[in-house]
Design a binder for this molecule. Structure first.
Ligand SMILES: [Zn+2]
Length: 226
């Protein structure tokens, strides 16, 4: 590095040069996303047999490529994974991922918390839901969360979603607000305890499957007209 590289970044030290952001496909990706969803939000899936009798939340069956009896709530689903493939090691490591579904109006009404807003007026015909977008701690701050957003929103547009929704988690002054605003989302309502009584896993506030606590973090309902 020197005067030739005023930005301080060369091809050699670019931290993202072995990182790929791609569509999730197949069972390995589907179970990785299930793991993220479960670890961060307590969404249940059965641990154990990964490839034969393992169970997945319905939208992830689509990602795994499994045939499922169609339930009308989730019309379609799309996952994205972030992978690191270091050239000096023979392994590919998943370092982040996200999921988006297209949901029916009824399912969307059910997913929205009761608040001071008119849910019925907000809900569209085809509603994109960004369920989670998680990047491993050591890979944060490099724009990967933004790329998870981009990929999912692009897919949602291609699916003719007319609305997009997400819950923005807020904890200890940390907020995903700038990211939502950058993508044109508007805050519908902030809930001081959005997940209380419901989400029994939260690595941030100490809700664990082994205790009776539920998440006490704040959250914002975000919406975007596509
Ligand atoms: Zn929490």
């Amino acid at each position: 590095m020197g005067a030739d590289h005023p930005t301080g970044t060369t091809a050699v030290d670019d931290p993202l040069r072995h990182v790929t952001v791609r569509e999730a496909a197949g069972e390995r990706d589907a179970f990785y996303l299930a793991h993220l969803w479960s670890r961060w939000f307590g969404t249940e899936y059965e641990h154990g047999d990964r490839y034969s009798s393992g169970r997945l939340p319905y939208p992830l069956c689509r990602v795994a490529g499994w045939e499922v009896d169609a339930e009308p709530d989730h019309l379609d689903a799309y996952g994205v994974v972030v992978e690191h493939d270091p050239s000096d090691r023979d392994c590919v490591v998943q370092i982040g991922g996200g999921l988006v579904t297209i949901d029916t109006p009824a399912k969307t009404m059910e997913s929205l918390p009761d608040g001071g807003f008119d849910a019925e007026a907000l809900v569209g015909d085809r509603n994109a839901w960004l369920w989670f977008g998680v990047v491993d701690e050591s890979w944060r701050g490099l724009g990967l969360g933004r790329r998870l957003f981009e990929r999912r929103l692009r897919w949602a547009r291609d699916q003719d979603a007319d609305m997009a929704f997400a819950f923005g988690w807020e904890h200890d002054g940390r907020t995903s607000r700038p990211l939502f605003e950058a993508f044109g989302f508007v805050p519908v309502e902030r809930f001081q305890r959005l997940y209380e009584g419901d989400r029994d896993v939260c690595p941030e506030c100490g809700a664990l499957p082994s205790n009776d606590a539920t998440c006490t973090c704040a959250g914002v309902v975000w919406a975007k007209s596509q």
